[in-house]
Design a protein around this ligand. Sequence first.
Ligand code: SAM
Ligand code: DTB
Ligand code: SF4
Length: 324
Amino acid sequence: MHFLPRQERPDTSAIEALFALPFLDLLFQAQSVHRQHHVANEVQLSSLLSIKTGGCAEDCGYCSQSAHHKEAGVPAGKLMEVEDVVAAARAARDQGATRFCMGAAWRNPKQRDMAALTTMVSEVHALGLETCMTLGMLEQAQAEALKEAGLDYYNHNLDTAPDFYGQVISTRTYQDRLDTLQQVQNAGLNVCCGGIIGMGESRRQRAGLIAQLASLPVPPQSVPINHLVPIAGTPLEDVPALDELEFVRTVAAARIALPHSVIRLSAGRESMSEATQVLCFAAGANSIFLGSKLLTTPNAPVSSDLDLLARLGINPAPARTANP
Ligand code: SAM
Ligand code: DTB
Ligand code: SF4
């Protein structure tokens, strides 16, 4: 993995200065950086599955799955059966995904779930897919067991800047998240870590999130930039909508600050115009979620996504993690 030496990584003020550039200058700089480090006209396709939905003990203000947000109407479910997860992974592969991301609404996985989780990983891996999980906080031994089973990526987001975080989540700290990221990295897993834009944070706080991601000991290999999906019954349901160009600026700033990372245009595409999505690709986004559902909310339909990529002359990226 290539990454910038520490002294060359931009701080919050330097990233805020990127946001302040004329829009087309920022876009040009981001696309230029993109072409130095990534294959042009290529987008990686991941699919998501909620393997355990709802009833989560955490109180993340944006989330439909928190037990604190009963009005959001997502009931607590059980961990899915391995064979159903594998069937969904096969279907995702057949639709064109190269990575399968399994998400669970947990504060952390219990020891009694580890056998099922490691079996899911090894069976999805055996389908020739890259594997990703997002299960909340991990202990070192759990990260190692997942790696051993064939896990390629672990997703764990910082979500926002440290000075806005306390307004969104109270049940775990920023440091808890940094600690999990460290355990994941220690286990030799690739890190997928990003955040959510449009939760009412300031521009400086958007820059602050990107600066945090860029300052991790090893910057994340994959960086999901989610646009808040406002969900009725959650504390963030009425946050005023963000200007779409500000979202594009955020993607561009992430591309420049994290030149070697794959930047995923993640949640929120369903309500985004095609034109805005294309601007995000121009700004250096090179991964999306493929599939008609995210975890609990709808995603853009597969056929319209594949059609858009074809109209743009963008090719699906091959899997780049070693696989049988
Ligand atoms: N429970 C695990 C955790 O939080 O680490 C894994 C699943 S959690 C739903 C994964 C990520 O989805 C969150 O960190 C957040 O960034 C994103 N997310 C959740 N709800 C969202 C929403 N309404 N809009 C945008 N992103 C959201
Ligand atoms: C991430 O950063 N975004 C994905 C994935 N990691 C797990 C989740 C998006 C969830 C959007 C809201 C929902 O569908 O519930
Ligand atoms: Fe739980 Fe994850 Fe939702 Fe937070 S984002 S409430 S940890 S499922």
